[in-house]
Design a protein around this ligand. Sequence first.
Ligand code: BT5
Length: 269
Amino acid sequence: METVLRLATADINDQLTLKLQFSATRLWSPPLKILRYKRLESTNTTAYRIAQQSAPEWTVVVADVQTKGKGRGRNKWDSPKGGLWFSILLRPDLPSPRLHLLQFLAAIATREAIENQTGLSAMLKWPNDLVLGNAKLGGILIESKTLGEAISFAIVGIGLNINQGKGQLPPGAISMGLVSGKQYDLRVLLKAILDQIKSSLDDLDSPSKIMNEWWRNCIHRPLRVQVTFPKGTVTGISRAIDEDGSLLIETDDHKIRKVNEGSLRILND
Ligand code: BT5
C-alpha cells in the first residue's frame, strides 16, 4: 500500500536531466532524470507515488535526509545527512517471480561502482546488505507493483553510509568515511552507481551470471551462519545461492536447507 506523501513540505532544490549513457547492447533507454530533495520521508515512497503517476523509467529520487527511511518489513532505516539515499524507478521487462534478480544485480553493481570510485572493497551479505569489514555499509530495498506476472514498475531503493561519523550510525553500521578517513562527493558516487546499474541491466536475462557474481563477492562464502525468520532459525554453513535468491545452508546433520527470507548473522564459533 502506498503512503501518501505531502510533497508541499518537501524542498526540491535541484532537478536535472543528464544525457543518457547507452549500454553497449541497448538501443535506447530513457534519459536519466534526477529529482533531488533536501528532506523526504522516504525516497522509495516518493518514487512509488510518482511511478503511479506515470513518471518515466530512470527517474531517480534522491534525498539528503530521510525522516522515515524504510528497511525490509517494519525495519527502519536511519538516514541522516552525509549518507546517500536514493530510489530508481524502473519498468523492467521481467516476470514478477524473477524480481529478486533486480536486488542482486543492484547489489553487485553498487559494490563494483564503490570499488572503482574509492578502492574500498565492500562485500555482499544475504539477502540485501553491503558490508565493509563485518559492519553494515548499506542496504537495498525493492518495492514493486505487479499486474499478474507482469511488473508495472519496480523501485530500487539504495541506502549507503558515506560521510557520517560514528555518532550518526546505528550499532553494527559503518560508513565509508570512517573506514578511509576521507570525505566523498555524493553526486559522483551516485552517478557511478547509476551508470553501473544501467550498463549491467541486460544481465537480467542471465540469472546464473548474476547469482555467480553475487556469490563470488559474498562475505559468508562459505562460513557458518544463522538465519532467523519469523518461524524459527536455521544454523549451518552457507553453501550457495540459488537462482531464485534463496540461500542454501548445510546444517550440522549435513542436510541442505533452503531459506528464502530472514536476517543472517555470521557465527564465529
Ligand atoms: C535494508 O533493510 O537494509 C534496506 C535499506 C534500504 C534503505 C534505502 S535508502 C533509500 C531508499 N528509501 C528508503 O526508505 N529505503 C531505501 P533491512 O535489511 O531490513 O535492514 C534494516 C536494519 O538495518 C535496521 O533494522 C537496523 O538494524 C539497520 N540499520 C538502520 N539504519 C541503518 C544504516 N543507516 N546503516 C546500517 N544499518 C542500518
